[in-house]
Design a protein around this ligand. Structure first.
Ligand code: ATP
Ligand code: MG
Length: 590
């Protein structure tokens, strides 16, 4: 990345945080940071135990925050449904009792296949309260991806809606002998299918008193399937102790403060939507907004403005789609309360960071983490200068390094700045995953000595900022160079015609691999030979001939995961005529 092209966004003067951030000086915070005080403070009920849902709900109600708005849902017709901390706690208690009532015990797996709505929060928090393991599935999955996940995860219960049941679950039910109960969230006028339970009626009939089960830090709480960007999705297990990381990262990396109105746009079917859409904001006692509709630029601006959102956590693809829809649409409303913008899930190109400044008066703060890390690990913080295009600095309490794997599999830390290597984290943070479902060997391969290997390649500059290079599988090796797909994509995105870009390596007899880029154009631009030449020249000028793409192809839309990540493996497979592999998470797929 050409840093000179994108000046550092200084957090003093014009771009200073609007209110004093939870974290003042990064260096001081790092020096004095410890997980332990929060771990002790968050314990609920029995002093020896912890429970994510207890931290999210009981703790606040006990502290007198019961009347504070916990979650507001907005449906298609903009009808609002509000839950206070107290009403959500009671509903979750009813759910915990209802699950117990059908014979479920601690450690059993409760799955949901639900859209974003109250039932999803209630199911998650109720199951966690009762010490059961919760696994949210994305509601747009087709029957087959639902079946495989229920089977792999040995689901005992599935909570779904009448509509999703008919469309997806009825077809596969006979193949799931371990699935003992199906609970139906019934829409108005709908009936309950045979051999299922009416979830609403169960809640209504259950007691609203429940003693949250005290769990140990290592007890499993959540099962999340990864996005499937690089291959078959993996089941990742997380423990109740992770809540310490949810809480502290939300406070320090997203700067959540008591009076915030917070919007995380991710669906709880993905780890971001669960960790930072459901759990983290509740642990901080803030008010969250859930939009039940799908992405639509005009609607999103309306949510930001009318709900007076203060902290907004979203993803690069969405930001680029907003950019594609044009700044005028954004400027049609004003967002006086908006004070912190965060982004995660994919590399954020510098233009997108700066676009935030232009349109909202706030830059986007990129941060990096994975399903496996359970919480934000590298971040741009409210009080810290941003280098556009960088993922920022390690979270205080996290030791991140650039490493190379030695021949015997150990991690060797690379101290030389700006050298590409694998991003590794020193093991032991509270939200570190506790296993891959049914794959102990793969889990063990992720660690060597004290290090966890992320599988992502990155660089660290002389000031300690981390720069994403690419996923291990996506990096292109050409004539001895390591080419970063992100760098190529960012360069293309800096051209006014380009809305989204994906770069892959294609075999080349001379260099081993050359770069081929796929682009989605902005409105007002049409594919043409001339535009292709212009994009190639633009990339060559900025990247040099060795790194620039040899070919550019125009696509209507790039293949993306349902969580919005560009699937370079699908671009590669299509380009090379190879099998496309697991497509369960492909947007628009089965
Ligand atoms: P799979 O592991 O199944 O291929 P996935 O890795 O996309 O899917 P997630 O755990 O949802 O599944 O995503 C984590 C990955 O997303 C990271 O390893 C990284 O490659 C990418 N990522 C997340 N945040 C960022 C970021 N800020 N910058 C660059 N890449 C990011
Ligand atoms: Mg991954």
């Amino acid at each position: 990345m050409d840093a000179a092209e994108f000046p550092v966004i200084r957090k003093l003067g014009r771009h200073a945080p609007a209110i004093s951030p939870n974290m003042g000086s990064y260096t001081q915070e790092r020096d004095r940071f410890a997980w332990e005080p929060a771990r002790t403070a968050l314990r609920t009920g029995s002093r020896s135990g912890v429970n994510i849902a207890g931290v999210a709900l009981d703790r606040h109600v006990a502290a007198g925050l019961g009347d504070h708005l916990a979650v507001r849902y907005i449906d298609r017709d903009w009808v609002r449904t509000d839950f206070t901390y107290d009403s959500l706690l009671r509903a979750a208690n009813r759910c915990a009792n209802a699950l117990r009532g059908i014979g479920l015990t601690t450690g059993e797996r409760v799955f949901s296949l639900l859209g974003r709505g109250p039932a999803l929060h209630i199911a998650a928090l109720g199951a966690l309260k009762a010490g059961m393991i919760f696994c949210p599935l994305f509601s747009a999955f087709g029957p087959e991806p639902v079946r495989t996940r229920l089977e792999l995860g040995e689901a005992a219960v599935l909570i779904t809606s009448d509509v999703l049941y008919v469309r997806k679950v009825a077809l596969i039910r006979a193949e799931l002998p371990k699935l003992r109960h199906i609970l139906i969230v019934r829409g108005p006028g709908a009936s309950v299918p045979a051999d299922t339970h009416d979830f609403g009626a169960m809640l209504a009939g259950a007691s609203e008193e429940f003693a949250t089960v005290a769990m140990q830090d290592d007890d499993i709480a959540l099962l999340h399937f990864t996005s499937g960007t690089t291959g078959k999705p993996k089941g990742v297990l997380h423990a109740h102790g992770a809540v310490v990381a949810h809480y502290l990262t939300a406070r320090l990396a997203l700067d959540l403060q008591a009076e915030d109105r917070y919007w995380c746009t991710a669906d709880p079917g993905w780890v971001t939507g669960m960790a930072y859409g459901v759990i983290a904001p509740l642990t901080c006692g803030v008010s969250s907004l859930v939009d039940q509709e799908e992405f639509d630029p005009e609607r999103w601006y309306r949510v930001l403005a009318e709900e007076n959102i203060t902290v907004w956590y979203t993803a690069p693809t969405a930001i680029r789609m907003l950019m594609k829809a044009g700044a005028e649409l954004a400027r049609a409303r004003s967002y006086p309360g908006l004070r912190f913008l965060g982004s995660v899930g994919e590399p954020l190109n510098p233009e997108a960071v700066i676009w935030g400044l232009e349109v909202f008066g706030q830059p986007f703060h990129d941060n990096w983490w994975q399903t496996e890390t359970g919480a934000i690990m590298v971040a741009n913080f409210a009080s810290v200068d941003i280098k556009p295009g960088s993922m920022g600095l390690p979270f205080p309490g996290i030791d991140a390094a650039i490493v190379r794997r030695t021949a015997d599999g150990a991690a060797e830390v690379i101290l030389e700045p700006s050298t590409v290597g694998e991003l590794a984290l020193k093991r032991g943070w509270p939200s570190m995953f506790r296993g891959y479902l049914n794959n102990e060997a793969k889990y063990r391969e992720c660690f060597a000595g004290e290090w966890y290997f992320s599988g992502d390649l990155a660089k660290r500059d002389a000031e300690g900022y981390f720069w994403f290079v690419g996923r291990g599988d996506d990096v292109i090796k050409s004539a001895g160079h390591l080419i970063s797909p992100f760098e190529v994509e960012s360069t293309l995105l800096s051209h006014p015609a380009v809305a989204q870009a994906g770069a892959i390596g294609v075999p080349d007899p001379v260099s081993g691999a050359s770069v081929k880029a796929f682009v989605e154009l902005r409105p007002g631009f049409e594919p043409s030979r001339q535009l292709r030449q212009e994009l190639l020249a633009h990339a060559r000028r900025r990247l040099g001939a060795a790194v620039a793409p040899r070919e550019v192809a125009f696509l209507e839309t790039l293949p993306r995961t349902r969580s919005g990540k560009i699937m370079r493996r699908v671009l590669r497979a299509r380009e090379l005529g190879l099998p496309e592999g697991d497509l369960s998470t492909l947007e628009g797929g089965a």
